[in-house]
Design a protein around this ligand. Structure first.
Ligand SMILES: Cc1ncc(COP(=O)(O)O)c(C=O)c1O
Length: 434
């Protein structure tokens, strides 16, 4: 029987037993989920535009994935890959290497999460180069473990957690919306690349930099897309100085931008890349992918762990990727992206509070500002819009260092009518609130 107060009760219990600091991005509750719908604790059906923070590109509980998990769980849940080798790990590594070749010979290390992928990518880059410094970007988000948090930009995510890891340097992200100042995108990229070369004279010598780490499309930072010329030239800069280019695809990978990797839009190949989220449909699994010579530069036992590449997670990931191939996840990403972009652009025409619409493929967001000024973020309106949507059965979350962007990370299998219904709710919310 449906109890109308169950959601409230769950939120109260959360307050009682769970630390307040664990973020509540949305006031909804959840009991079950399928496709692009979540059923809350009161039996209400909600359209899901958050996708578990970009984790369920292939939808909630795809049948082949559920089956693969159940079958593997009945055979072997865990033995630790360090203790006994099992082929599922190699099957997944081989699949990932074929989807994401990093040169002629690619090797893959499995992890449990995005942050763990980042931690290991840095350890690998340092060992491969014998250098210490790491360069990262403003507005970046790479996770909450200590090195990942150090690399993360938003101060609000780090309060009181220092001291942070040493030898980390931050350069400005090429943020065209705020700092484009009428330049063409190519000239803007050139300007930033010149500043980077200058940075090597004023902050840290290029010869001491092990890695530059960048998200091709910043996720938590507000869906800022790296300009094409910038990433292509950054690749050249890294090659010139022997710096490892690490591309963080944790949020942008697996069909989200209409390709398996967002970097495939740029015709660049990273030295190392990091993955997690949608590769396991919600099972905790991630990966570090890299050129074999780089991955093999690590000394024994400096990378690994008890759980990484757990058999059940490997089975879930293999089934997810196979299912994604069957349904052509990239075509779905492109289709969803086109619809959202068109609708967001139309909303921008109607509502002054939308300062920018941006993204790549189905990684789309709009930014809410006051007085049409990129430097006056309207986080208050963003919060109200999220609450309005939750009250109208749409789960949506924010992004941006100022928390003023509405982002869409819906499952890519979402039916077109449902996608429009969700977008109608956002539009109606903007009309009501602005
Ligand atoms: C680009 C990026 N890197 C790393 C992470 C950290 O991943 P996890 O939360 O799985 O540790 C995230 C999470 O949102 C992310 O978006």
């Amino acid at each position: 029987m449906v109890n109308m107060e169950e959601s409230q009760r769950i939120l109260e219990r959360r307050k009682q037993f769970v630390p307040n600091a664990i973020g509540i991005f949305n006031p909804s509750t959840a009991v079950s989920a399928k496709g692009a719908m979540i059923t809350d604790a009161d039996g209400k059906e909600m359209i899901d535009f958050a996708g578990g923070i970009g984790v369920v590109n292939a939808g909630h509980c795809p049948e082949p994935v559920v089956k693969a998990i159940a079958e593997q769980a009945s055979k072997m849940i865990h033995c630790s890959f360090n203790v006994a080798s099992y082929d599922l790990y190699m099957q997944l590594a081989e699949k990932l290497a074929s989807l994401f070749p990093h040169g002629e010979h690619t090797k893959v290390m499995l992890t449990n999460s995005g942050a763990e992928s980042i931690e290991n990518a840095i350890k690998i880059a340092r060992q491969a180069t014998g250098r210490q410094a790491v360069v990262c970007y403003s507005n970046a988000f790479h996770g909450r473990t200590m090195m990942a948090m150090t690399l993360t930009s938003k101060v609000g995510y780090k309060l009181g957690c220092g001291p942070f890891a040493p030898e980390v340097y931050r350069v400005p992200f090429p943020d065209y919306y705020r700092y484009g100042n009428g330049l063409t995108l190519d000239d803007f990229s050139d300007k930033h690349l010149l500043e980077l070369e200058n940075f090597f004279h004023t902050h840290v010598p290029a010869q001491e930099v092990a890695a530059i780490v960048i998200e091709p499309v910043q996720g938590e930072g507000g869906f800022n897309v790296v300009p094409k010329k910038y990433l292509q030239r950054l690749r050249e800069v890294c090659t010139k100085y022997g710096i490892m280019l690490i591309l963080d695809e944790v949020q942008s990978g697996f069909g989200r931008t209409g390709k398996w990797a967002a970097y495939q839009h740029y015709n660049v190949t990273p030295d190392i890349s990091t993955w997690a989220k949608s590769m396991g449909s919600g099972m905790p699994i991630g990966a570090v992918i890299g050129r074999a010579d780089i991955m093999d530069a690590c000394k024994p036992s400096t990378i690994g762990g008890t759980y990484p590449g757990n058999p059940v997670c490997c089975a879930a990931s293999l089934a997810t990727i196979e299912y994604m191939e069957q349904i052509n996840i990239n075509a779905l990403g492109e289709k969803v992206g086109n619809i959202v972009r068109e609708r967001f652009n139309a909303m921008k025409q109607q509502f002054n509070c939308i300062g920018d619409v941006r993204g790549l493929g189905a990684m789309m967001a709009f930014e809410l500002v006051k007085n049409n000024d990129p430097f006056q973020p309207d986080a208050e309106l963003c919060k109200k819009l999220i609450s309005y949507c939750a009250g109208n059965r749409l789960i949506v979350i924010s992004a941006g260092v100022n928390g003023n962007c509405i982002r869409v990370l819906s499952p890519l299998v979402i039916e077109e009518s449902l996608l429009h219904k969700g977008l109608d709710i956002i539009e109606e919310g903007l009309r009501t609130l602005s």
